[in-house]
Design a protein around this ligand. Structure first.
Ligand code: ZN
Length: 225
């Protein structure tokens, strides 16, 4: 298989359905085991988001840059992108949304999670930090994950803000696959994916691609910390 197509979301991995979402096969098996273990402790781990293709990420990117979807700042206040110039505009979107081709969700090894046992059935998960921090409904799940996730191969690549992607306590990654995938993933692969697409701000993206790759792809939290 051509890894550049897989790693940039232009070709799907071997996918398994988890409800209405999908994960890569080995990741899905490990997730199901972790789900079972968590259930013994009273948690109902459910996906908010799993595998995502390049085209899906491109639609999100387009909606945010054209104002069809809100863009939030680090304090989760709505931002008016029209007030930002040049790279600052891209940075605002990249805080919460990966560049198409550069999302770990393309790999099927990464997913967003919540605890369905902690909220009502009609609760709409917003993926905001206050839901996952102390006092939030999903804080006990986060404590459980901090102790147990690694037993199943999972870690939190965005546990803390490291200057690129915002802290995302809901985002887990299956290290046995995503570790090697990240090592293999290159700036050249990303450049080719972006060049072959039709994205808003494409010229600016290509100019800034080495910076984007370093800050939003290479920089993640260590698996063991
Ligand atoms: Zn995520």
């Amino acid at each position: 298989m051509d890894h550049s197509l897989l790693l940039t979301g232009r070709e799907p991995p071997d996918l398994v359905d988890i409800g209405t979402l999908q994960l890569e096969r080995q990741t899905a098996a490990a997730f199901t085991q972790m789900q079972y273990a968590a259930a013994q402790d009273g948690f109902d781990l459910q996906l908010v988001s799993g595998y995502r293709s390049f085209d899906r990420q491109a639609a999100i990117w387009r909606a945010k840059l054209t104002g069809l979807r809100p863009v939030f700042d680090a304090r989760q206040q709505k931002l008016d992108l029209a007030t930002l110039q040049g790279f600052a505009k891209l940075e605002a979107v990249l805080l919460y949304s990966a560049l198409p081709g550069a999302s770990r969700h393309h790999w099927g090894t990464d997913f967003d999670l919540y605890d369905a046992a902690a909220v009502d059935r009609d609760y709409q998960v917003q993926l905001l930090e206050h839901e996952y921090h102390a006092g939030g409904p999903f804080a006990p799940m986060c404590e459980w994950l901090a102790v147990h996730a690694f037993e199943f191969g999972f870690f939190l690549p965005y546990r803390q803000y490291r200057g690129g992607v915002a802290a995302e306590p809901w985002h887990l990654s299956y290290l046995p696959l995503s570790g090697p995938y990240l090592q293999r993933f290159s700036l050249q692969m990303l450049q080719q994916a972006v060049e072959n697409a039709d994205l808003p701000e494409q010229t600016l993206i290509l100019q800034q691609l080495p910076v984007i790759f370093e800050r939003y792809v290479s920089t993640i939290c260590d698996a063991l910390a």
